[in-house]
Unconditional design. Structure first.
Ligand code: ADP
Ligand code: MG
Length: 466
């Protein structure tokens, strides 16, 4: 079924003769990434989208939905074919993010639009060039308006990226130079953003994606091979204007197929294209310029938020991004979050405060807040997950004989032991109570841990390989 969105009519493409998706059962669906059906709440939620739908402004249906790429708290992201590229040679394969039509969703879509404009103005560049410096700002923006203007969905178009950096790094050995390059490039992207006076606000590893160059040559057949046939979970009840007939699973590109296809067009260079540790930071829905607007907190989940987000005396700003970058780098190196790892939802503030204290090595500076939070925590039951996590940390310390969990985590992760002291130094400078004591992004980039990533350095053997 082809569904037009927007105001005016367009000529629909014929319905394909075969079902364009595979239905999976509840058992297979358990570990898949899908949004929840109640996130389609009428007048508040996501736009129901189906495979082969055509999205576009004024009902022009410019973007045909081929597969699903992901979903987050504010949007669903779709792999689309651009049926009307504006530039000669422009890539037809695009990611279209559609935000929720709630106030928060619209706010986040408009923030992304604003950041796109700011980045283009400040670095006097087109979105494609911003990608070169690791900023995945949208190349295009349009709105889908329904229900007589009561439902507005912001749509952000960008190049297709390969997947989240954490998934990519999961398969790399801890001492693979590429892993370090990914971390370094994430720090460089943050530096570019901060130079433009933009705070990202949600700098988590799920918002750092790996770039996918060479896509412009791929055919529809290639795309279908690489991302596979869409897999969907049927929803209960009748689909209507608000609820979709099914929820599509986020598809991931098959590395081998991707390599094969790129080799057809680029020869040996195909694999090289895939091997580049280029990243793009996405999701600017919570980004802002702190010189224009002061904020007390960001959208980032509790486990990644900095202590100043809970303080009356501070505003959140560039330093809060640095804290989040520290959490992301720590995760990429150790496959664990530094604080309250594996605790679903928001960890209890008292637990989080204890974790910070263990990491930083001194008590939370505001004794009044500390006393109240810890007293509150005493009354809480320690959850099984939290107890397991504390046990994991104790075991890591016992196993390695390290002085702190920070050091133990790096050793357990298999970081080359002589490099551990430098990493401990970097994390200690990132995870500070007070934002004014926190290391600046320039100093992270110049830190010894990234010595071998810096281009101006003469070629040296990577120390971890010794
Ligand atoms: N350009 C893209 N290419 C491929 N996948 C993407 C792209 N943009 C987003 N995604 C996927 O969709 C997810 C949600 O997108 P994001 O912009 O972070 O939305 P939200 O604001 O809802 O978190 C990302 O974590 C990622 O997995
Ligand atoms: Mg996101």
């Amino acid at each position: 079924m082809t569904r037009p969105y927007g105001g005016r009519l367009f000529k629909p493409t014929p319905t394909p003769p075969v079902q364009p998706y595979t239905v999976i059962g509840a058992k297979d669906a358990r570990y898949e990434i899908v949004e929840k059906i109640d996130q389609y709440e009428p007048g508040e939620g996501f736009l129901p989208v189906h495979i082969n739908d055509r999205l576009g402004e004024d009902g022009d249906g410019r973007y045909r939905v081929i597969n699903k790429l992901g979903s987050g708290s504010y949007g669903t992201v779709w792999l689309c074919e651009d049926l009307d590229p504006q530039q000669p040679g422009e890539c037809r394969w695009k990611a279209v993010k559609i935000t929720m039509c709630s106030d928060g969703g619209i706010e986040s879509g408009l923030a992304e639009k604003r950041i796109r404009r700011d980045v283009m103005e400040r670095c006097r560049c087109a979105p494609a060039q911003a990608f070169e410096i690791g900023l995945g700002i949208p190349s295009d923006y349009f709105e889908i308006v329904r229900d007589g203007g009561r439902e507005v969905y912001c749509c952000l178009v960008s190049p297709i990226l390969r997947g989240e950096i954490s998934e990519e790094c999961f398969y790399l050995s801890r001492n693979d130079p590429k892993l370090l390059d990914f971390c370094y490039n994430a720090a460089l992207a943050m530096q570019s953003l901060h130079k433009m006076e933009i705070v990202h606000g949600d700098f988590r590893s799920t918002n750092i994606l790996v770039q996918l160059p060479g896509m412009d040559k791929l055919t529809l057949h290639d795309i279908k091979q690489i991302w596979g046939k869409p897999r969907v979970i049927m929803t209960e009840g009748k689909p209507n204007d608000h609820y979709p007939a099914y929820l599509a699973v986020a598809a991931r590109p098959d590395y081998e197929k991707l390599k094969e296809c790129l080799q057809v067009y680029y020869g040996d260079k195909g694999e090289e294209l895939l091997d580049q540790p280029k990243i793009a930071v996405v999701d600017f829905g919570g980004s802002w310029n702190p010189k224009q607007k002061r904020k007390k907190s960001t959208f980032i989940p509790t486990a990644y938020s900095s202590p100043e987000s809970y303080s009356d005396t501070y505003y959140v700003s560039f330093e809060s991004d640095i804290w989040a970058l520290g959490c992301a780098i720590f995760y990429l190196l150790t496959k664990k979050d530094p604080f309250c790892h594996g605790i679903a939802g928001a960890p209890h503030m008292g637990d989080l405060m204890r974790e910070w204290e263990e990491f930083i090595g001194t008590p939370y500076p505001n004794s009044k807040v500390r006393a109240a939070t810890l007293e509150d925590a005493m009354r809480q039951r320690v959850t099984r997950k939290m107890a397991d996590w504390r046990k994991t940390k104790r075991e890591a310390i016992d196993k390695t004989g390290a002085r702190s969990y920070l050091e133990a985590a790096l050793l357990v992760a298999g970081i080359y032991p002589p490099a551990v002291a430098d990493w401990v130094d970097l994390f200690k400078r990132i995870f500070t109570w007070r934002p004014e004591h926190r290391i600046k992004i320039e100093d992270i980039i110049n830190h010894t841990v990234f010595e071998h990533c810096r281009e101006d350095e003469p070629e040296k053997a990577y120390p971890f390989d010794k």
